[in-house]
Design a binder for this molecule. Structure first.
Ligand code: MN
Length: 436
């Protein structure tokens, strides 16, 4: 579907000088989409593209595009990107190519387009699309095994795990954009030694380091998406913090799975990194020889050769005390999406194998992306070994789970020899005290 092309050329430079800085998240090879408006200007939200430290306002710039690219730019003038996402990969690709050409050094459109740039420091973002259905997967076998050993010491990894890309249907209403603040959830919990449950503020509030996946073009009910066709449907990726109330989860999750432990807040980063932009970072999908090999509908040469994605992921924490002293967030763990036990194509193929229809703007969480090492845990539940060991921050503060005022920041980027570095920006959000 997508092929490496001139938009991926690492030697390309933009006339937006900040895009050429070596540590920029948004070089000309990235070109991610968001929905934005100027802060405090009373404007309508509309689609934009990141280039360096600027946003290209696609509504203002649309005269620079024609054909499929023009159709795409026009669609991005709306306050959500659902329509653009529904137009399909040929339109996404055409707009990406046109953007790459007009933002390059020497492009004759520079004079006009300079007037269509707004500094990222002057804008605010909304959700990039109306998220219809939200599905959260569970694709890190390292996370599943470590969490399983905490909840079920004698039976950590259930026998279906290595056959089925496990997931549950979540709730989209509480998904919000980076900058989200939310009250510590209340709920029903039961301590292991208690006779009966009680209700009150969550005592084991946690984050989950996930990759978010936006579906573009959908499929008709009853018509599964084949594994090798997933690129026609996967619009792009973001960072996703799937906040979790571990004490509520432990009491409620059997027999039907997560419920109120998971639907009080989830936060996405504002920029959607196009599926096509990540082509240089596709990686081989490997399955240990002693593990079950995927069933035929989850297996293909293409998926084995390039199904995985090499995305470096980081979690940082800034406590209220640190913020009061002007101290920056500190890193608590890092991981990589390449460790995922299932690929995005496998998630799409499995989700639709029964005929389930996906729609433009549907959203998948990848599940917590923990790596093989303890230090690569994508949640505090793992890093604190179920709350038994606190982690010590550089300023001496300790955490097993999150405290009120904690801000969790997640970052992601792709980097390797022979390709341009592509960043995801960040997702940051803050825990407020529970209702009293
Ligand atoms: Mn999750």
């Amino acid at each position: 579907m997508f092929v490496l092309n001139e938009t991926h050329n690492p030697d390309l430079r933009s006339w937006v000088s900040a895009a050429n800085l070596p540590d920029s998240d948004f070089p000309i090879q990235n070109l991610p989409f968001a929905v934005f408006r100027r802060k405090g200007a009373g404007e309508l939200y509309r689609g934009g593209v990141a280039i360096g430290d600027q946003v290209l306002d696609l509504t203002a710039a649309r005269a620079a595009f024609s054909g499929d690219a023009g159709t795409g730019a026009q669609a991005c003038s709306q306050p959500t990107l659902n329509h653009f996402m529904s137009l399909g990969a040929p339109v996404w690709s055409a707009l990406r190519l046109a953007l790459s050409r007009v933002l390059r050094e020497g492009a004759p459109e520079q004079g006009f387009l300079e007037s269509c740039l707004i500094s990222q420091s002057d804008v605010e973002y909304s959700l990039p699309c109306t998220i219809g259905d939200y599905t959260d997967f569970y694709t890190s076998v390292f996370h599943a095994t470590r969490v399983g050993s905490l909840f079920r010491p004698d039976n950590p990894l259930l026998p279906n795990y290595k056959w089925v890309p496990i997931g549950y249907h979540g709730r989209s209403s509480s998904i919000d954009i980076s900058g989200q603040t939310f009250k510590r959830p209340q709920g029903q919990t039961k301590a292991p030694d208690a006779d009966q449950p009680s209700v009150g503020p969550c005592k084991r509030l946690d984050y989950e380091l996930e990759v978010g996946i936006y579906i573009g073009q959908g499929n008709a009910l009853g018509e599964p998406i084949m594994l090798d066709d997933s690129d026609q449907h996967v619009f792009g990726f973001c960072l996703f913090n799937d906040w979790s109330a571990r004490d509520i989860q432990a009491w409620e999750y059997q027999p039907l799975g997560p419920f109120l432990a998971k639907n009080f807040a989830s936060t996405v980063s504002p920029w959607i990194i196009a599926n096509e932009a990540l082509l240089p970072y596709r990686a081989a999908f490997k399955r240990d020889a002693e593990d079950p090999q995927p069933l035929p509908y989850l297996s293909s040469v293409k998926n084995s050769q390039e199904g995985a994605l090499d995305i470096k992921l980081e979690v940082l924490l800034q406590t209220q005390t640190m913020r009061d002293k002007g101290e920056q967030p500190v890193k608590v763990s890092d991981s990589n999406f390449v460790y995922s036990y299932w690929t995005v194509a496998q998630m799409v193929a499995h989700h639709t194998v029964n005929g389930c229809n996906l729609r433009p703007g549907d959203f998948f969480g990848s599940g917590t992306q923990s790596g093989p090492e303890h230090e690569q845990g994508g949640s505090l539940l793992e890093l604190s070994r179920g709350g038994k060991e606190s982690i010590t921050l550089p300023n001496g503060e300790q955490r097993t789970f999150l405290e009120d005022g904690d801000t969790v920041v997640m970052r992601g980027f792709c980097e390797k020899q022979g390709a341009a570095r592509i960043g995801f920006g960040e997702v940051a959000s803050t825990v407020l005290p529970a209702n009293s």
